[in-house]
Design a protein around this ligand. Structure first.
Ligand SMILES: N[C@@H](CCC(=O)N[C@@H](CS)C(=O)NCC(=O)O)C(=O)O
Length: 213
């Protein structure tokens, strides 16, 4: 499989973690978001929204949307599982991931920040405040969710790391990068600390990717 990736893409980071957890080898192909390579004809043919990641299967089929791709990987290679076995816990784990990928991240994605700065002429300070606001409120809600989880084991959803951690860790990376205070999020911090040094997570870190600058 080919993963259209960018070292600093938090959505691609989710895929890298899941592929590492499952031991699925992939070819990394960098699509530079800073130079706008994601808006090139070649990449728009892969994903008309011009976003990464995209996953190209061996027969040339292209998949987009990190959650859909992770679910695909879970279906073709169920072990080790990244979603819990119980249907309710599975729905809750998916909801945790969608809170990140569908509610938080789209609000402060690069194209949103660029639009705020370039089209709406907002200052760098306002854009940073926008970013911090949506990250902090999103993480605060996730903290509440994590505190109420009935199925916690060593990890958020049981005894193995899964999609919830694979979606959370890249948001922590971003929060760190933009100096957002996460010290109050005790459950999320514990979840982050439990996985951050596992090889699947270490090897997915932005700074060790081949296109890291
Ligand atoms: N919902 C999509 C989000 C993908 C996405 O927004 N990717 C970002 C990088 S993390 C991107 O390509 N941004 C380019 C841009 O905003 O122009 C997913 O989960 O895969």
């Amino acid at each position: 499989m080919k993963l259209y990736d960018y070292w600093r893409s938090s959505a691609a980071y989710r895929l890298r973690i899941v592929m590492n957890l499952k031991g699925i080898a992939y070819e990394h192909i960098s699509v530079n978001l800073v130079t706008g390579e994601n808006r090139s004809e070649a990449h728009l043919a892969r994903n008309p929204l011009g976003l990464v990641p995209a996953l190209e299967l061996d027969d040339g089929t292209l998949l987009t949307q990190s959650m859909a791709m992770c679910e695909y990987l879970e279906e073709i290679q169920p072990a080790p599982a990244v979603l819990p076995g119980d249907a309710i816990a599975r729905a809750q784990a998916r909801a945790f991931c969608f809170d990140i990928s569908g509610e938080m991240h789209p609000l402060y994605n690069l194209r949103v920040r660029k639009h705020l700065a370039e089209e709406l002429k907002q200052s760098a300070e306002s854009v940073d405040r926008w970013y911090a606001h949506w990250t902090s409120t999103g993480l605060a809600a996730l903290e509440q969710t994590a505190q109420r989880l009935p199925n916690r084991g060593a990890f958020l959803f049981g005894d193995t790391p899964g999609l919830a951690e694979a979606f959370l860790v890249p948001q922590y990376y971003n929060a760190n990068r933009f100096n957002i205070d996460v010290s109050g999020f005790t459950c999320l911090n514990a979840a982050f600390d439990t996985v951050k040094d596992l090889p699947a997570f270490k090897q997915a870190e932005p700074e060790v990717q081949p296109d890291a600058e």
